[in-house]
Design a protein. Sequence first.
Length: 500
Amino acid sequence: MATPHWLFGDQLGPGFLAPGDGGPARDAPVVMIEARSVFRRRRFHRAKAHLVLSAMRHRAAELGDRVRYVRAETYREGLRAAVGEGPLTVCHPTSRAALALVRSLPGVTVLPPRGFLVAHEDFRAWADGHGGQRLRQEDFYRWVRRTHDLLMDGDGPAGGRWNHDHDNREPPPRGATALDVPAPYRPREDGVDDEVRHDLDRWEREGIRFVGRDGPRRFPATRREALAALRRFVEHRLAAFGPYEDAMLAGDPVMSHSLLSSSLNLGLLDPAECVERAEAAWRSGEAPVNSVEGFVRQIAGWREYVWQLYWYFGEEYRHRNALGHRAPLPGWFLELDADAVTAHCLATVLAQVRDTGWTHHIPRLMLLGSHALQRGWDPAAVTDWFHRCFVDGYDWVMLPNVVGMSQYADGGRMTTKPYTSGGSYVHRMSDLCGPCAYRPDRRVGEDACPFTAGYWAFLHRHRDRLERNPRMTRAVHGLDRLSDLNALLHQQQQRADQPP
């Protein structure tokens, strides 16, 4: 009998059971374990818990008699019930904690990772060749494009440019409340979802706590649903994606984004099939090159880059705090209490997280992350919050994204500058400032924008470090032109413990 193979809850696509290239045997029995301890240890968004459990149970139903699906308190208990002390194979897990667990178990063979484009050893060779320190995403992205012949015309980039960011940073159309694009794919719940919701209700009565709301499931839980979502995006939404990928509209949180991140991170979609379908849309004339390049960059560039850095930087990276930020996350943020927030932009986005467990990358970076950075919140706590509160959040996803990109806690190892701004950026890229009680051009006073005041306070707090950064020198020297700086700093001290 073939050695049983263990599927984690983010290894749910067919690629994780495909034989060959280090995969399990074709007839290997499958083990899946639903461990309640995962939800006892951390307070996850309820919509995320629902999605993961629904996806796991749907996959088990597809596998039928081939799978032994065990519901247990811990993974170790589940394994004992499923295979006893017998041998087991498992694809390389996606977190350091899970990898440490499987390596501590006797008889478990760890197979190479799947679900990504670049092998660890290939990335390490590339990174070591660049000195291992300032590993820029743009350099990595071009290397991936070349080595995978992705969106290339011969030796050059398709469309004549590697980077189409200049065309992909448009503000929303003037006067629009929503983009004029077809709606994204929406799955239909079934009996499995009903069972999951019933079990989550029971778990809450038994003391397991969640955050956020568990409305109708918005994201795919099966391979079939994920393929339908990919097809709808490529055929109906990809063409409009590029220009407005950084824009925000209060009434249209999805814009033209793909909503495929959770499907990729559950293993339901493979990154290669996503970028190949997008490239095919460009070559057939169905989508412009800037939109296709922007989407390819998100997957083959950023997602792949974050995955590799998670392993390359090592566990020590988790504890980086170059700016010395120690403030705890306030209760309103931890509870996703959007109603406690006056700032319209932050209240709108926090409500999106509360209700769906998702926002696109700009609200994450330039509103939620930027506010945390300006307030000096502990980057480890911010990382944990993003991990728990987003349906696509996993340790490997959020650690580099938050520590490196969002909170600049690695001191510039991943990015060239902190990503934060005043209210003028939010005003330019959204319709969120119009109905707000605060004004984006005000630094001091009752109507002073928390982001504008927070931006200058942040620059002042870290002036010595930031003025040595060529990309920040001009901004830091702007402090010298502020006649109201002392009043601004006093105001920020007064506001420190209050919702913005």
